[in-house]
Ligand binder design. Structure first.
Ligand SMILES: [Zn+2]
Length: 482
């Protein structure tokens, strides 16, 4: 029997506003626990929340980017539940009449091609606090609560059950993360929890229309964890059905240490949220003019940027894909490519050296000491035959750690390429004199030895000899002696 997985996602993104959704407390990450709170975000009796306009603006941006239908009027709802990290006993969210509906996000999956994933809805809500269990300052028998996160603005993006494999899910998460980063509304950092993903998953025999019983998967804090957890759960459900069992509707937690899913204590999560319209907040009514104002300020989105890079700089699709993953990386590329002749070289340097440096330093591109101007300088120096590619890489490393301009590094370290033929002539003569046996073997037909001679010359000149000139002179001299 062939089974088909059916997966839907609920993604929460934390918005990059400076203040919270209904009060003016700071949203800054990493502050002293319980220092960024006020009566409003703690839900003290008698307080009145006020909606942060920036949150609505950011929500509009995502709605436009995902081609969603924006509801001119939407309702803010109160979702009631008790949990230690939610001292006020309810969360302000949206339920019926959400902010926007019927959007879509395009993904590309190897072997399947392009596919559109439908969005059921996007709505605004406030985050809850955080229970601390594993931190160094929490002893084994206790749990502490940090309520700084209470009231931090979130958007929840609910997809249709359109995914048929874990690969489609990870392609979607990568694309969504890319979109919110391009819009500048969320940093997309899954490890720090600013992008969180829960999945609903069921399986059904191939060809069957009705959905199977679904389970909910939580606690996956990286895209690879999502993929692993889904693959695990698909296999688990198939095994249950094959053995004649039934899937139980339940919430499962991914345990990334053991690579298994574990059931949550189900009673604790048998929710009845008793939603009702939030009495302290009026409905949100959005003027058409405001939507249009935001529409004209929309940045170029990933797919459009990718196509433009291919057209303008004539780089391969693969390169454009890598370079547009992060808008800051694409800007860096464009800034280099505009200054050099060889656009593909710019792309190669960035996909090779720059991405490696970013990985090693685990930082973002604007924090690198080697700026786009520096990299352009290195590529220009190579294009002008002032330095070799090899020296270029040395200069890159130097600039990466010092931030000193490549021209200055070359000048200070005397790394100018030797292109002067008379100078190279003398060096080649010396090397040939030192290795009479190899010269003899070469002349007897062992032409592979050319590489050996080039290596010796490069060693003698610390890599500074112009390789093209070296090759020419070397061949001439070796043939001359034949
Ligand atoms: Zn507050």
């Amino acid at each position: 029997m062939i089974y088909e997985p059916v997966i839907g996602l609920e993604v929460h993104i934390q918005l990059l506003t400076e203040s919270k959704i209904f009060c003016s407390c700071s949203t800054k990450f990493g502050a002293v626990p319980n220092s960024q709170v006020c009566p409003v975000c703690l839900g003290m009796p008698g307080v009145l929340p006020v909606l942060n306009k920036k949150v609505v603006e950011y929500a509009l941006k995502l709605a436009i980017a995902t081609d969603s239908k924006i509801n001119p009027r939407s309702i803010i709802a109160r979702k009631n539940y008790f949990y230690p990290d939610l001292p006020k006993g309810y969360q302000i969210s949206q339920y019926e009449e959400p902010f926007c509906e019927f959007g879509k996000i395009g993904i590309y999956v190897d072997g399947i091609g392009n596919k559109m994933i439908g969005l059921t809805r996007i709505h605004m809500e406030e985050d809850a606090g955080k229970s601390m269990h594993a931190e160094s300052y929490v002893s084994e028998e206790e749990s502490l609560v940090d309520v700084n996160r209470c009231g931090v603005p979130l958007l929840e993006i609910v997809s249709e059950p359109d995914f048929r494999s874990s690969k489609e899910v990870s392609a979607y998460l990568i694309r969504l993360r890319q979109i919110v980063r391009y819009l500048g509304i969320c940093d997309g950092n899954m490890e720090e929890g600013s992008l969180r993903c829960d999945a609903n998953i069921s399986i059904r025999p191939g060809g069957q229309k009705e959905f199977g019983v679904k389970t909910e998967l939580k606690n996956m804090n990286s895209i690879s964890a999502v993929e692993k957890a889904l693959d695990y759960e698909i296999k688990r459900q198939i095994a249950v059905l094959e053995e004649g069992g039934k899937i139980q509707q339940q919430t499962l937690l991914w345990n990334s240490n053991k690579n298994v899913v574990e059931p949550m204590r189900s009673k604790e999560y048998a929710h009845d949220y008793r939603y009702f319209p939030e009495p302290d907040l009026v409905p949100i009514v959005i003027a058409k003019e405001w939507i249009e104002q935001i529409r004209v300020t929309m940045p170029e989105l990933p797919l459009a940027k990718k196509q433009r890079l291919i057209n303008e700089y004539n780089i391969p699709e693969y390169d454009a894909d890598v370079l547009t993953d992060d808008p800051a990386l694409a800007d860096y590329f464009e800034s280099v490519a505009k200054k050099v002749k060889d656009k593909k070289a710019a792309s190669n340097w960035i996909m090779g050296e720059v991405l490696r440096a970013l990985n090693e330093k685990n930082c973002n591109i604007n924090e690198l000491k080697i700026t786009s101007d520096h990299l352009a300088e290195i590529i220009q120096l190579i294009e002008e035959d002032t330095i070799s590619v090899k020296i270029g890489k040395m200069v890159f490393e130097d600039c990466l750690s010092s931030g000193i301009s490549p021209n200055k590094i070359i000048e200070e370290k005397g790394l100018l390429q030797i292109s002067d033929t008379s100078e190279i002539d003398i060096i080649v003569d010396n090397i040939l004199k030192k290795h009479p046996n190899e010269v003899k073997l070469y002349q007897e037909g062992k032409e592979k030895l050319l590489g050996f001679f080039v290596g010796q010359i490069m060693k003698a000149t610390q890599g500074k000899a112009n390789p093209k000139t070296v090759n020419e002179i070397l061949k001439k001299k070796l043939y001359g002696k034949r």
